[in-house]
Write a protein that binds this ligand. Structure first.
Ligand code: ZN
Length: 183
C-alpha cells in the first residue's frame, strides 16, 4: 500500500527515531509499504519518519545504475547493487570514511528542492535486516550517499541542514512557502 509522504516542516521529520527492538508484522508491513511508496515516488531512498513513523527503519535502492559505485562489500564479500537492493535496514550505525564529495541531492519530503551536499564519499554501515541479520556494508558513491541521507532522517537530520550557507540563503523563500503550505 502506498502511504502518504510527509513534507517539511512536519515535526516528525525532526524527531530522533526509536530503535526497532522487535520486528512485528506491522513493521514488516510498514517496510513493504515504504518500498512501494518509494518506487511510486521515483525515489532512491525513504525513511520511516517520511511516512510519519518515528522509527529507525529505512529503504535504499540505487540499483538502477550499477556504475554509481565502485565497490559494494557485504560482510566482506563483493556484491553488486542488484544483489543487495532494495536494502531495507534498521538501527544503522555509520562509519564515514574517504574524501569529501559534493553532489546534487533531492529528498521526497522536499518535492521541489535540490541542492549540492558535501558528504564523505565512502561508508562502512553496520545495520540489521528485518530478519535480524547483521550486515556490514562497505561502499562508496551514490549508495554511500543514499545510506547517509536516509540514516540522517532516522536521527531527525535533513539535507537542508547540510547545505552551504549560500544555498541556505537562496532557498529561504522556498522553505517559507513550504512552511505555509505544509506547516
Ligand atoms: Zn530525504
Amino acid at each position: 500500500m502506498i502511504r502518504p509522504i510527509v513534507f517539511y516542516p512536519d515535526p516528525v521529520l525532526r524527531k530522533v527515531g526509536a530503535r526497532v527492538e522487535e520486528v512485528t508484522p506491522e513493521i514488516r508491513e510498514l517496510a513493504a509499504d515504504m518500498v512501494e511508496t518509494m518506487y511510486d515516488a521515483s525515489g532512491v531512498g525513504l525513511a520511516a519518519p517520511q511516512v510519519g513513523v518515528s522509527l529507525q527503519l529505512a529503504i535504499v535502492d540505487v540499483s538502477h545504475d550499477e556504475e554509481c559505485v565502485s565497490y559494494v562489500r557485504v560482510n566482506g564479500e563483493e556484491m553488486t547493487l542488484k544483489d543487495i537492493c532494495p536494502l531495507t535496514f534498521i538501527n544503522p550505525e555509520l562509519k564515514l570514511i574517504g574524501e569529501k564529495d559534493t553532489d546534487m541531492e533531492g529528498c521526497l519530503s522536499f518535492p521541489d528542492l535540490r541542492g549540492d551536499i558535501t558528504r564523505p564519499f565512502e561508508v562502512i554501515a553496520t545495520l540489521y535486516t528485518l530478519d535480524g541479520e547483521k550486515l556490514v556494508i562497505e561502499t562508496d558513491g551514490l549508495f554511500a550517499r543514499a545510506i547517509q541521507h536516509e540514516t540522517d532522517h532516522l536521527f531527525g537530520k535533513l539535507f537542508i541542514d547540510r547545505m552551504s550557507s549560500a544555498r541556505k540563503m537562496a532557498i529561504k523563500r522556498q522553505l517559507k512557502e513550504m512552511q505555509q503550505e505544509f506547516g
